[in-house]
Ligand binder design. Structure first.
Ligand code: ATP
Ligand code: MG
Length: 578
Protein backbone atom coordinates (compact mmCIF):
# COMPACT_ATOMS: atom_id res chain seq x y z
CA UNK A 1 0.00 0.00 0.00
CA UNK A 2 2.01 3.05 -1.22
CA UNK A 3 1.78 5.99 1.19
CA UNK A 4 1.47 9.70 0.49
CA UNK A 5 5.09 10.14 1.54
CA UNK A 6 6.17 7.49 -0.97
CA UNK A 7 4.13 9.03 -3.78
CA UNK A 8 5.46 12.57 -3.22
CA UNK A 9 9.00 11.22 -3.20
CA UNK A 10 8.51 8.93 -6.21
CA UNK A 11 7.04 11.75 -8.29
CA UNK A 12 9.76 14.26 -7.51
CA UNK A 13 12.48 11.64 -7.89
CA UNK A 14 11.14 10.56 -11.27
CA UNK A 15 11.13 14.08 -12.67
CA UNK A 16 14.48 14.95 -11.12
CA UNK A 17 15.84 11.97 -13.08
CA UNK A 18 14.32 13.63 -16.17
CA UNK A 19 16.25 16.84 -15.50
CA UNK A 20 13.68 18.78 -13.46
CA UNK A 21 14.64 21.03 -10.54
CA UNK A 22 12.50 20.67 -7.41
CA UNK A 23 10.96 23.91 -6.17
CA UNK A 24 9.16 24.46 -2.85
CA UNK A 25 5.39 24.77 -2.52
CA UNK A 26 4.25 28.38 -2.58
CA UNK A 27 1.93 29.73 0.11
CA UNK A 28 -1.81 29.15 -0.22
CA UNK A 29 -2.12 32.93 -0.19
CA UNK A 30 -1.03 34.17 -3.61
CA UNK A 31 1.72 36.78 -3.43
CA UNK A 32 0.73 40.12 -4.92
CA UNK A 33 -2.16 38.71 -6.88
CA UNK A 34 -5.49 40.36 -6.20
CA UNK A 35 -7.45 38.26 -8.69
CA UNK A 36 -7.68 34.99 -6.77
CA UNK A 37 -8.27 34.17 -3.14
CA UNK A 38 -6.08 31.08 -2.87
CA UNK A 39 -3.49 29.17 -4.87
CA UNK A 40 -5.57 26.73 -6.91
CA UNK A 41 -2.90 24.85 -8.87
CA UNK A 42 0.85 24.36 -9.08
CA UNK A 43 0.98 26.54 -12.17
CA UNK A 44 -0.60 29.49 -10.43
CA UNK A 45 2.56 30.82 -8.69
CA UNK A 46 4.43 30.14 -11.95
CA UNK A 47 2.36 32.44 -14.16
CA UNK A 48 5.14 35.05 -14.59
CA UNK A 49 7.50 32.29 -15.79
CA UNK A 50 4.93 30.81 -18.13
CA UNK A 51 4.63 34.31 -19.57
CA UNK A 52 8.35 34.40 -20.31
CA UNK A 53 10.18 35.53 -17.17
CA UNK A 54 13.20 33.19 -16.73
CA UNK A 55 12.84 30.95 -13.67
CA UNK A 56 15.94 30.86 -11.42
CA UNK A 57 15.77 27.07 -11.08
CA UNK A 58 15.74 26.51 -14.84
CA UNK A 59 13.40 25.42 -17.61
CA UNK A 60 12.26 22.11 -16.08
CA UNK A 61 10.54 22.25 -12.71
CA UNK A 62 8.78 19.84 -10.39
CA UNK A 63 6.95 20.35 -7.10
CA UNK A 64 4.17 19.44 -4.71
CA UNK A 65 1.86 22.42 -4.31
CA UNK A 66 -0.68 23.08 -1.56
CA UNK A 67 -3.96 24.02 -3.25
CA UNK A 68 -7.34 25.32 -2.13
CA UNK A 69 -10.31 25.47 -4.50
CA UNK A 70 -13.23 27.39 -3.06
CA UNK A 71 -15.10 26.60 -6.27
CA UNK A 72 -15.18 22.95 -5.20
CA UNK A 73 -16.67 23.55 -1.73
CA UNK A 74 -20.15 22.64 -2.95
CA UNK A 75 -18.83 19.32 -4.26
CA UNK A 76 -17.35 18.31 -0.90
CA UNK A 77 -18.82 15.05 0.29
CA UNK A 78 -18.31 13.20 -3.01
CA UNK A 79 -15.47 10.68 -3.42
CA UNK A 80 -12.92 12.82 -5.24
CA UNK A 81 -13.06 16.53 -4.39
CA UNK A 82 -11.35 18.15 -1.41
CA UNK A 83 -11.23 21.86 -0.58
CA UNK A 84 -7.54 21.50 0.27
CA UNK A 85 -5.50 19.06 -1.78
CA UNK A 86 -1.93 18.55 -2.89
CA UNK A 87 -1.00 18.82 -6.54
CA UNK A 88 2.04 17.11 -8.00
CA UNK A 89 3.26 19.08 -10.99
CA UNK A 90 5.99 19.17 -13.60
CA UNK A 91 6.70 22.04 -16.01
CA UNK A 92 8.57 22.81 -19.14
CA UNK A 93 9.26 26.51 -19.60
CA UNK A 94 10.05 26.78 -23.28
CA UNK A 95 11.82 23.42 -23.14
CA UNK A 96 10.28 19.99 -23.93
CA UNK A 97 6.77 19.68 -25.31
CA UNK A 98 3.95 17.21 -25.94
CA UNK A 99 6.00 14.16 -26.82
CA UNK A 100 8.17 14.02 -23.69
CA UNK A 101 5.31 15.11 -21.41
CA UNK A 102 2.99 12.32 -22.54
CA UNK A 103 5.71 9.65 -22.60
CA UNK A 104 6.81 10.58 -19.07
CA UNK A 105 3.24 10.67 -17.75
CA UNK A 106 2.72 7.21 -19.16
CA UNK A 107 6.05 5.90 -17.88
CA UNK A 108 5.46 7.27 -14.40
CA UNK A 109 1.94 5.86 -14.12
CA UNK A 110 2.56 2.44 -15.60
CA UNK A 111 6.27 1.68 -15.03
CA UNK A 112 6.98 3.57 -11.81
CA UNK A 113 3.58 3.35 -10.08
CA UNK A 114 2.62 0.14 -11.87
CA UNK A 115 -0.94 1.23 -12.53
CA UNK A 116 -2.64 -1.01 -15.08
CA UNK A 117 -2.91 0.37 -18.62
CA UNK A 118 -6.25 -1.45 -18.77
CA UNK A 119 -7.73 0.92 -16.24
CA UNK A 120 -6.58 4.12 -17.94
CA UNK A 121 -8.39 6.35 -20.40
CA UNK A 122 -7.49 9.77 -21.81
CA UNK A 123 -9.22 12.75 -23.40
CA UNK A 124 -7.72 15.00 -26.10
CA UNK A 125 -8.81 18.26 -27.71
CA UNK A 126 -11.31 17.64 -30.51
CA UNK A 127 -10.42 20.79 -32.46
CA UNK A 128 -12.72 23.52 -33.76
CA UNK A 129 -12.69 26.15 -36.48
CA UNK A 130 -9.84 28.01 -34.73
CA UNK A 131 -7.41 25.33 -33.56
CA UNK A 132 -7.02 21.89 -35.17
CA UNK A 133 -7.71 18.62 -33.41
CA UNK A 134 -4.88 17.41 -31.16
CA UNK A 135 -4.41 14.18 -33.05
CA UNK A 136 -0.68 14.15 -32.15
CA UNK A 137 -1.50 13.52 -28.50
CA UNK A 138 -4.12 10.92 -29.35
CA UNK A 139 -1.75 9.06 -31.68
CA UNK A 140 0.96 9.03 -29.05
CA UNK A 141 -1.32 7.64 -26.35
CA UNK A 142 -2.45 4.93 -28.75
CA UNK A 143 1.13 4.09 -29.65
CA UNK A 144 1.86 3.70 -25.92
CA UNK A 145 -0.97 1.20 -25.58
CA UNK A 146 -3.88 3.27 -24.26
CA UNK A 147 -7.04 1.92 -25.87
CA UNK A 148 -9.49 4.50 -24.55
CA UNK A 149 -8.84 7.82 -26.23
CA UNK A 150 -11.67 10.28 -26.48
CA UNK A 151 -11.86 13.67 -28.15
CA UNK A 152 -13.68 16.43 -26.30
CA UNK A 153 -14.24 20.10 -27.11
CA UNK A 154 -13.11 23.43 -25.78
CA UNK A 155 -15.07 23.14 -22.52
CA UNK A 156 -13.18 20.04 -21.48
CA UNK A 157 -9.79 20.02 -23.17
CA UNK A 158 -8.66 23.60 -23.59
CA UNK A 159 -6.81 25.72 -21.06
CA UNK A 160 -6.37 29.46 -20.77
CA UNK A 161 -5.27 32.08 -21.29
CA UNK A 162 -4.77 33.08 -17.66
CA UNK A 163 -5.97 36.63 -18.26
CA UNK A 164 -7.52 38.24 -21.31
CA UNK A 165 -4.45 37.47 -23.42
CA UNK A 166 -1.42 35.17 -23.22
CA UNK A 167 -0.41 31.51 -23.50
CA UNK A 168 -3.14 28.91 -23.85
CA UNK A 169 -3.57 25.54 -25.51
CA UNK A 170 -5.13 22.10 -25.58
CA UNK A 171 -4.79 19.66 -22.71
CA UNK A 172 -4.98 15.93 -22.35
CA UNK A 173 -6.55 14.49 -19.22
CA UNK A 174 -5.80 11.08 -17.77
CA UNK A 175 -8.60 9.11 -16.09
CA UNK A 176 -8.46 5.99 -13.95
CA UNK A 177 -11.27 3.47 -13.38
CA UNK A 178 -11.42 3.34 -9.57
CA UNK A 179 -14.24 0.80 -9.25
CA UNK A 180 -13.50 -2.85 -8.43
CA UNK A 181 -15.47 -3.99 -11.49
CA UNK A 182 -13.91 -4.57 -14.91
CA UNK A 183 -13.53 -1.20 -16.64
CA UNK A 184 -15.83 -0.66 -19.62
CA UNK A 185 -14.37 -0.53 -23.12
CA UNK A 186 -15.08 3.17 -23.48
CA UNK A 187 -14.12 6.12 -21.31
CA UNK A 188 -17.14 8.08 -20.14
CA UNK A 189 -16.06 11.18 -18.23
CA UNK A 190 -19.56 11.62 -16.79
CA UNK A 191 -19.29 8.27 -15.00
CA UNK A 192 -17.97 9.00 -11.50
CA UNK A 193 -15.99 5.79 -11.48
CA UNK A 194 -13.73 7.30 -14.13
CA UNK A 195 -11.66 9.72 -12.05
CA UNK A 196 -9.41 12.36 -13.55
CA UNK A 197 -6.03 11.95 -11.91
CA UNK A 198 -3.69 14.01 -14.11
CA UNK A 199 -3.91 16.84 -16.58
CA UNK A 200 -1.21 17.80 -19.12
CA UNK A 201 -1.59 21.25 -20.66
CA UNK A 202 0.31 22.10 -23.84
CA UNK A 203 0.61 25.87 -24.06
CA UNK A 204 1.38 26.02 -27.73
CA UNK A 205 -0.71 29.08 -28.56
CA UNK A 206 -1.21 32.62 -27.44
CA UNK A 207 -4.32 34.75 -27.50
CA UNK A 208 -3.57 38.23 -28.78
CA UNK A 209 -5.28 41.51 -27.92
CA UNK A 210 -7.38 41.23 -31.07
CA UNK A 211 -8.71 37.88 -29.83
CA UNK A 212 -6.82 35.81 -32.38
CA UNK A 213 -5.26 32.52 -31.28
CA UNK A 214 -1.85 32.11 -32.86
CA UNK A 215 0.85 29.44 -32.50
CA UNK A 216 3.70 30.33 -30.12
CA UNK A 217 7.41 30.07 -30.83
CA UNK A 218 8.22 29.39 -27.18
CA UNK A 219 5.93 26.69 -25.82
CA UNK A 220 5.31 25.49 -22.26
CA UNK A 221 3.99 22.36 -20.62
CA UNK A 222 2.05 22.52 -17.35
CA UNK A 223 0.90 19.36 -15.63
CA UNK A 224 -1.06 18.74 -12.45
CA UNK A 225 -1.71 15.43 -10.75
CA UNK A 226 -3.91 15.06 -7.67
CA UNK A 227 -1.98 13.36 -4.85
CA UNK A 228 -5.08 12.11 -3.02
CA UNK A 229 -6.86 10.84 -6.15
CA UNK A 230 -3.74 9.03 -7.32
CA UNK A 231 -3.46 7.33 -3.92
CA UNK A 232 -7.08 6.22 -4.29
CA UNK A 233 -6.15 4.65 -7.64
CA UNK A 234 -2.92 3.10 -6.37
CA UNK A 235 -4.44 1.55 -3.27
CA UNK A 236 -7.85 0.59 -4.60
CA UNK A 237 -9.59 2.91 -2.12
CA UNK A 238 -13.24 3.93 -2.17
CA UNK A 239 -12.68 7.67 -1.77
CA UNK A 240 -10.14 10.33 -0.84
CA UNK A 241 -11.31 10.00 2.77
CA UNK A 242 -9.45 6.69 2.97
CA UNK A 243 -6.11 8.24 1.97
CA UNK A 244 -3.48 8.45 4.72
CA UNK A 245 -3.51 12.28 4.68
CA UNK A 246 -7.25 12.31 5.46
CA UNK A 247 -8.30 8.99 7.05
CA UNK A 248 -6.74 9.42 10.53
CA UNK A 249 -8.52 12.77 10.90
CA UNK A 250 -11.76 11.26 9.59
CA UNK A 251 -11.54 8.56 12.27
CA UNK A 252 -10.70 11.12 14.96
CA UNK A 253 -13.81 13.13 14.06
CA UNK A 254 -16.14 10.11 13.66
CA UNK A 255 -17.70 10.44 17.16
CA UNK A 256 -18.96 13.92 16.27
CA UNK A 257 -21.59 12.86 13.76
CA UNK A 258 -23.28 9.67 12.56
CA UNK A 259 -23.77 11.17 9.08
CA UNK A 260 -21.19 10.01 6.53
CA UNK A 261 -21.64 13.17 4.49
CA UNK A 262 -21.31 15.48 7.51
CA UNK A 263 -18.22 13.61 8.63
CA UNK A 264 -16.63 13.99 5.20
CA UNK A 265 -17.37 17.71 5.18
CA UNK A 266 -15.98 18.10 8.68
CA UNK A 267 -12.76 16.21 7.85
CA UNK A 268 -12.30 18.15 4.63
CA UNK A 269 -12.89 21.51 6.27
CA UNK A 270 -10.62 20.90 9.27
CA UNK A 271 -7.74 19.99 6.95
CA UNK A 272 -8.33 23.03 4.76
CA UNK A 273 -8.64 25.30 7.81
CA UNK A 274 -5.35 24.11 9.31
CA UNK A 275 -3.52 25.03 6.10
CA UNK A 276 -5.32 28.30 5.43
CA UNK A 277 -4.87 29.52 9.01
CA UNK A 278 -1.29 28.21 8.95
CA UNK A 279 -0.66 30.42 5.91
CA UNK A 280 -1.84 33.44 7.84
CA UNK A 281 -5.55 33.79 7.09
CA UNK A 282 -7.69 34.75 10.09
CA UNK A 283 -11.50 34.51 10.20
CA UNK A 284 -13.23 37.72 9.10
CA UNK A 285 -16.26 38.85 7.12
CA UNK A 286 -14.33 39.50 3.92
CA UNK A 287 -12.54 37.62 1.16
CA UNK A 288 -10.18 34.87 2.38
CA UNK A 289 -11.09 35.51 5.99
CA UNK A 290 -14.73 34.90 5.15
CA UNK A 291 -13.94 31.56 3.53
CA UNK A 292 -12.14 30.57 6.74
CA UNK A 293 -15.03 31.79 8.87
CA UNK A 294 -17.57 29.95 6.71
CA UNK A 295 -15.72 26.64 6.84
CA UNK A 296 -14.91 26.99 10.52
CA UNK A 297 -18.45 27.88 11.57
CA UNK A 298 -19.85 25.00 9.55
CA UNK A 299 -17.55 22.68 11.52
CA UNK A 300 -18.44 24.28 14.82
CA UNK A 301 -22.13 23.91 14.07
CA UNK A 302 -21.71 20.23 13.18
CA UNK A 303 -19.77 19.68 16.41
CA UNK A 304 -22.06 21.60 18.77
CA UNK A 305 -22.45 19.75 22.03
CA UNK A 306 -19.05 18.10 21.73
CA UNK A 307 -16.49 18.75 24.46
CA UNK A 308 -14.76 22.02 23.64
CA UNK A 309 -11.35 20.50 23.20
CA UNK A 310 -12.27 18.62 20.00
CA UNK A 311 -10.60 21.18 17.70
CA UNK A 312 -7.30 20.87 19.57
CA UNK A 313 -7.33 17.10 19.02
CA UNK A 314 -8.38 17.48 15.37
CA UNK A 315 -5.60 20.00 14.69
CA UNK A 316 -3.09 17.70 16.40
CA UNK A 317 -4.24 14.82 14.19
CA UNK A 318 -3.89 16.93 11.05
CA UNK A 319 -0.39 17.92 12.08
CA UNK A 320 0.48 14.29 12.76
CA UNK A 321 -0.64 13.31 9.21
CA UNK A 322 1.06 16.16 7.38
CA UNK A 323 3.98 17.50 9.45
CA UNK A 324 6.54 15.49 7.51
CA UNK A 325 6.02 17.34 4.19
CA UNK A 326 4.87 20.57 5.91
CA UNK A 327 6.99 21.03 9.06
CA UNK A 328 5.69 24.59 9.50
CA UNK A 329 2.33 23.05 10.43
CA UNK A 330 3.78 21.49 13.59
CA UNK A 331 5.16 24.83 14.76
CA UNK A 332 1.79 26.48 14.21
CA UNK A 333 -0.41 23.84 15.87
CA UNK A 334 -1.07 25.90 19.01
CA UNK A 335 -1.87 29.05 17.07
CA UNK A 336 -4.23 27.20 14.76
CA UNK A 337 -6.06 25.59 17.68
CA UNK A 338 -6.23 29.05 19.28
CA UNK A 339 -7.99 30.44 16.21
CA UNK A 340 -10.53 27.59 16.39
CA UNK A 341 -11.19 28.35 20.06
CA UNK A 342 -11.55 32.13 19.62
CA UNK A 343 -13.95 31.61 16.77
CA UNK A 344 -15.92 29.04 18.79
CA UNK A 345 -16.53 31.56 21.54
CA UNK A 346 -17.49 34.28 19.10
CA UNK A 347 -19.78 31.90 17.23
CA UNK A 348 -21.59 30.78 20.38
CA UNK A 349 -22.55 34.38 21.05
CA UNK A 350 -23.83 35.05 17.54
CA UNK A 351 -25.61 31.71 17.32
CA UNK A 352 -27.56 32.41 20.48
CA UNK A 353 -28.66 35.62 18.85
CA UNK A 354 -29.43 33.97 15.52
CA UNK A 355 -31.51 31.24 17.07
CA UNK A 356 -33.62 33.79 18.88
CA UNK A 357 -34.19 35.64 15.62
CA UNK A 358 -35.08 32.57 13.60
CA UNK A 359 -37.41 31.03 16.16
CA UNK A 360 -41.05 31.47 15.30
CA UNK A 361 -40.51 32.61 11.70
CA UNK A 362 -41.80 30.23 9.03
CA UNK A 363 -40.08 31.89 6.09
CA UNK A 364 -36.96 34.02 6.45
CA UNK A 365 -36.59 36.74 3.88
CA UNK A 366 -33.20 37.53 2.42
CA UNK A 367 -32.87 40.62 4.59
CA UNK A 368 -32.92 38.66 7.84
CA UNK A 369 -30.49 36.08 6.47
CA UNK A 370 -28.27 38.85 5.24
CA UNK A 371 -28.41 40.68 8.55
CA UNK A 372 -27.36 37.52 10.35
CA UNK A 373 -24.41 37.34 8.01
CA UNK A 374 -23.52 41.00 8.04
CA UNK A 375 -24.04 41.86 11.70
CA UNK A 376 -23.46 38.54 13.38
CA UNK A 377 -21.10 36.80 10.95
CA UNK A 378 -23.41 33.82 10.53
CA UNK A 379 -22.72 32.34 7.08
CA UNK A 380 -25.68 31.70 4.81
CA UNK A 381 -25.19 27.93 5.01
CA UNK A 382 -25.36 28.11 8.78
CA UNK A 383 -28.50 30.24 8.71
CA UNK A 384 -29.93 27.65 6.37
CA UNK A 385 -29.20 24.93 8.90
CA UNK A 386 -30.59 27.03 11.77
CA UNK A 387 -33.73 27.71 9.78
CA UNK A 388 -34.00 24.04 8.89
CA UNK A 389 -33.79 23.08 12.57
CA UNK A 390 -36.50 25.61 13.37
CA UNK A 391 -38.68 24.31 10.50
CA UNK A 392 -38.34 27.50 8.45
CA UNK A 393 -37.27 28.10 4.83
CA UNK A 394 -35.17 30.86 3.25
CA UNK A 395 -35.23 32.36 -0.19
CA UNK A 396 -31.66 31.98 -1.48
CA UNK A 397 -32.14 34.33 -4.46
CA UNK A 398 -33.46 36.98 -2.13
CA UNK A 399 -30.36 36.56 0.07
CA UNK A 400 -28.03 36.71 -2.95
CA UNK A 401 -29.73 39.88 -4.17
CA UNK A 402 -29.26 41.43 -0.77
CA UNK A 403 -25.61 40.39 -0.73
CA UNK A 404 -24.82 41.79 -4.17
CA UNK A 405 -26.68 45.01 -3.41
CA UNK A 406 -24.50 45.36 -0.34
CA UNK A 407 -21.31 44.58 -2.24
CA UNK A 408 -22.05 47.18 -4.84
CA UNK A 409 -22.91 49.71 -2.17
CA UNK A 410 -19.68 49.25 -0.26
CA UNK A 411 -17.55 48.28 -3.25
CA UNK A 412 -16.10 45.34 -1.35
CA UNK A 413 -16.58 42.85 -4.13
CA UNK A 414 -13.16 41.49 -3.26
CA UNK A 415 -11.59 38.78 -5.31
CA UNK A 416 -14.20 36.08 -5.58
CA UNK A 417 -13.22 35.28 -9.13
CA UNK A 418 -11.54 31.98 -9.84
CA UNK A 419 -9.44 33.39 -12.66
CA UNK A 420 -5.72 33.82 -12.74
CA UNK A 421 -3.39 36.68 -12.16
CA UNK A 422 -3.82 39.78 -14.19
CA UNK A 423 -0.20 40.85 -14.21
CA UNK A 424 -1.10 44.25 -15.40
CA UNK A 425 1.36 47.11 -15.52
CA UNK A 426 -0.25 48.64 -12.45
CA UNK A 427 0.52 45.58 -10.36
CA UNK A 428 4.03 45.26 -11.70
CA UNK A 429 4.68 48.90 -10.81
CA UNK A 430 3.41 48.47 -7.27
CA UNK A 431 5.55 45.37 -6.97
CA UNK A 432 8.72 47.33 -7.68
CA UNK A 433 7.52 50.16 -5.47
CA UNK A 434 7.13 47.66 -2.62
CA UNK A 435 10.87 46.91 -2.83
CA UNK A 436 11.61 50.61 -2.66
CA UNK A 437 9.36 51.08 0.37
CA UNK A 438 11.03 48.12 2.10
CA UNK A 439 14.45 49.67 1.45
CA UNK A 440 13.37 53.16 2.55
CA UNK A 441 11.92 51.80 5.80
CA UNK A 442 15.21 50.06 6.54
CA UNK A 443 17.10 53.27 5.77
CA UNK A 444 14.93 55.39 8.03
CA UNK A 445 13.90 52.99 10.83
CA UNK A 446 16.79 50.51 10.83
CA UNK A 447 17.70 47.11 9.43
CA UNK A 448 15.49 45.25 11.91
CA UNK A 449 12.67 46.10 9.51
CA UNK A 450 11.75 43.01 7.54
CA UNK A 451 8.78 42.24 5.32
CA UNK A 452 6.04 40.27 7.06
CA UNK A 453 3.47 40.39 4.32
CA UNK A 454 2.48 42.22 1.18
CA UNK A 455 -0.61 42.62 -0.91
CA UNK A 456 -1.19 44.60 -4.06
CA UNK A 457 -4.33 45.71 -5.80
CA UNK A 458 -4.75 47.90 -8.84
CA UNK A 459 -5.20 50.88 -6.54
CA UNK A 460 -2.63 50.53 -3.79
CA UNK A 461 0.09 48.50 -2.12
CA UNK A 462 -0.08 47.15 1.39
CA UNK A 463 3.10 46.28 3.24
CA UNK A 464 3.46 44.63 6.66
CA UNK A 465 6.79 44.81 8.45
CA UNK A 466 8.42 44.22 11.79
CA UNK A 467 8.97 47.31 13.91
CA UNK A 468 8.43 47.58 17.68
CA UNK A 469 6.51 50.88 17.89
CA UNK A 470 4.69 53.49 15.87
CA UNK A 471 6.99 55.40 13.53
CA UNK A 472 6.79 59.17 14.07
CA UNK A 473 5.17 61.48 11.53
CA UNK A 474 8.62 62.77 10.77
CA UNK A 475 9.98 59.27 10.09
CA UNK A 476 7.08 58.48 7.77
CA UNK A 477 7.64 61.75 5.94
CA UNK A 478 11.29 60.76 5.49
CA UNK A 479 10.28 57.37 4.12
CA UNK A 480 7.98 59.08 1.60
CA UNK A 481 10.67 61.58 0.65
CA UNK A 482 13.26 58.81 0.21
CA UNK A 483 11.03 56.84 -2.15
CA UNK A 484 10.06 59.98 -4.07
CA UNK A 485 13.71 60.91 -4.41
CA UNK A 486 14.43 57.46 -5.88
CA UNK A 487 11.46 57.80 -8.21
CA UNK A 488 12.86 61.06 -9.53
CA UNK A 489 16.21 59.44 -10.38
CA UNK A 490 17.03 57.15 -13.21
CA UNK A 491 17.19 53.91 -11.21
CA UNK A 492 17.86 50.61 -12.90
CA UNK A 493 16.08 47.39 -11.96
CA UNK A 494 18.15 44.25 -12.60
CA UNK A 495 17.40 40.60 -12.16
CA UNK A 496 20.05 37.93 -11.54
CA UNK A 497 20.00 34.23 -10.81
CA UNK A 498 22.39 32.84 -8.21
CA UNK A 499 22.67 30.29 -5.43
CA UNK A 500 20.82 31.05 -2.24
CA UNK A 501 24.13 31.28 -0.36
CA UNK A 502 25.55 33.80 -2.82
CA UNK A 503 22.40 35.87 -2.53
CA UNK A 504 22.69 35.90 1.26
CA UNK A 505 26.37 36.81 0.94
CA UNK A 506 25.40 39.78 -1.23
CA UNK A 507 23.03 40.91 1.49
CA UNK A 508 19.82 40.12 -0.35
CA UNK A 509 16.80 40.34 1.93
CA UNK A 510 13.52 38.48 1.71
CA UNK A 511 10.25 38.14 3.52
CA UNK A 512 10.07 36.73 7.05
CA UNK A 513 9.50 32.98 7.08
CA UNK A 514 9.57 32.67 3.29
CA UNK A 515 11.19 29.52 1.90
CA UNK A 516 13.61 29.79 -0.98
CA UNK A 517 14.97 27.10 -3.28
CA UNK A 518 18.66 26.31 -3.87
CA UNK A 519 18.83 28.65 -6.84
CA UNK A 520 17.12 31.98 -6.46
CA UNK A 521 16.22 35.02 -8.41
CA UNK A 522 17.37 38.33 -6.96
CA UNK A 523 16.16 41.78 -7.94
CA UNK A 524 18.53 44.67 -7.45
CA UNK A 525 17.51 48.29 -7.77
CA UNK A 526 20.52 50.53 -8.26
CA UNK A 527 21.27 54.20 -8.50
CA UNK A 528 24.49 54.22 -10.53
CA UNK A 529 26.86 52.13 -8.41
CA UNK A 530 24.80 52.45 -5.27
CA UNK A 531 22.54 49.54 -4.40
CA UNK A 532 19.18 50.88 -3.25
CA UNK A 533 17.52 47.51 -2.75
CA UNK A 534 18.41 43.87 -3.18
CA UNK A 535 15.73 41.26 -2.59
CA UNK A 536 14.95 37.62 -3.17
CA UNK A 537 12.02 37.81 -5.54
CA UNK A 538 10.45 36.04 -8.48
CA UNK A 539 9.24 39.25 -10.06
CA UNK A 540 7.82 40.53 -12.28
CA UNK A 541 9.20 44.06 -12.05
CA UNK A 542 9.55 47.17 -14.13
CA UNK A 543 12.92 47.44 -15.86
CA UNK A 544 13.61 51.02 -15.08
CA UNK A 545 12.26 53.34 -12.42
CA UNK A 546 11.29 55.62 -15.28
CA UNK A 547 8.23 53.41 -15.69
CA UNK A 548 7.20 54.58 -12.23
CA UNK A 549 5.83 58.03 -12.73
CA UNK A 550 3.96 59.82 -10.01
CA UNK A 551 4.22 60.65 -6.36
CA UNK A 552 4.52 58.04 -3.65
CA UNK A 553 2.21 58.69 -0.73
CA UNK A 554 1.70 56.74 2.51
CA UNK A 555 -2.06 56.71 2.96
CA UNK A 556 -2.18 54.90 6.27
CA UNK A 557 0.07 53.41 8.96
CA UNK A 558 -1.17 51.19 11.77
CA UNK A 559 -0.29 48.29 14.07
CA UNK A 560 -1.73 44.92 13.07
CA UNK A 561 -0.11 42.74 15.74
CA UNK A 562 2.48 43.10 18.48
CA UNK A 563 5.64 44.31 16.77
CA UNK A 564 4.09 44.32 13.29
CA UNK A 565 3.06 47.48 11.45
CA UNK A 566 1.11 47.93 8.25
CA UNK A 567 1.47 50.63 5.62
CA UNK A 568 -0.95 51.30 2.80
CA UNK A 569 0.49 53.46 0.08
CA UNK A 570 -0.36 54.71 -3.37
CA UNK A 571 1.42 56.03 -6.41
CA UNK A 572 -0.48 59.16 -7.39
CA UNK A 573 -0.36 60.37 -10.95
CA UNK A 574 1.67 63.56 -11.17
CA UNK A 575 -0.51 66.59 -10.77
CA UNK A 576 -3.07 65.00 -8.46
CA UNK A 577 -2.97 65.95 -4.85
CA UNK A 578 -4.53 64.32 -1.82
P1 ATP B 1 -12.45 17.74 -11.83
O1 ATP B 1 -13.05 18.02 -13.17
O2 ATP B 1 -12.43 16.32 -11.45
O3 ATP B 1 -13.00 18.64 -10.75
P2 ATP B 1 -10.35 19.51 -12.63
O4 ATP B 1 -10.54 19.48 -14.10
O5 ATP B 1 -10.93 20.64 -11.89
O6 ATP B 1 -10.90 18.14 -11.96
P3 ATP B 1 -7.57 20.19 -12.91
O7 ATP B 1 -7.90 21.63 -12.81
O8 ATP B 1 -7.19 19.64 -14.22
O9 ATP B 1 -8.81 19.35 -12.30
O10 ATP B 1 -6.48 19.86 -11.79
C1 ATP B 1 -5.43 18.92 -11.97
C2 ATP B 1 -5.58 17.71 -11.06
O11 ATP B 1 -5.78 18.10 -9.71
C3 ATP B 1 -6.79 16.86 -11.38
O12 ATP B 1 -6.47 15.94 -12.40
C4 ATP B 1 -7.05 16.17 -10.06
O13 ATP B 1 -6.25 15.01 -9.93
C5 ATP B 1 -6.62 17.18 -9.04
N1 ATP B 1 -7.76 17.89 -8.45
C6 ATP B 1 -8.44 18.93 -9.00
N2 ATP B 1 -9.40 19.38 -8.17
C7 ATP B 1 -9.31 18.62 -7.04
C8 ATP B 1 -10.01 18.60 -5.81
N3 ATP B 1 -10.98 19.48 -5.54
N4 ATP B 1 -9.66 17.69 -4.88
C9 ATP B 1 -8.68 16.80 -5.12
N5 ATP B 1 -7.97 16.76 -6.26
C10 ATP B 1 -8.28 17.66 -7.22
MG1 MG C 1 -9.89 18.95 -15.78
Amino acid sequence: MPTSIELRTAYQQFFIEKGHAPIPSASLVPADDPTVLFTTAGMHPLVPYLLGEPHPAGARLVNVQKCVRTGDIDAIGDDTHLTFFEMLGNWSLGDYFRDEAIRWSFEFLTARLELSTDRLGVTCFAGDDVVPRDSDSAALWQELGIRRVQYLGRDDNWWGPAGATGPCGPDTEIFYWIDASTPPARLDVRDRRWVEIWNNVFMGYTKTASGAIVPLARVNVDTGMGLERTLVALNGLGSVYEVDTVAPLYRELAPITPSERALRILSDHVRALCFMIGDGVAPSNKDRGYIVRRLLRRCLLAARGMPNEWPRRAVAKTVEMLAEPYPELARQADDIAGVFEDERQRFERSLAHGEKLVRGIARLDGKIAFDLFQTHGIPYEVTLELAHDAGATIDRDDFERELSRHREASRTTGSFAGGLADHSTEIVRYHTLTHMLHAALRDVLGTHVIQRGSNITLERLRFDFSHPHKPTEEQLARVEATVNDWLARDLVVERATMTRDDAHALGAIGAFGEKYGETVSVYTIRDGDTVVSREFCGGPHVQSARELTGTFRIAREQAIAAGIRRIKAVLMPTGESG
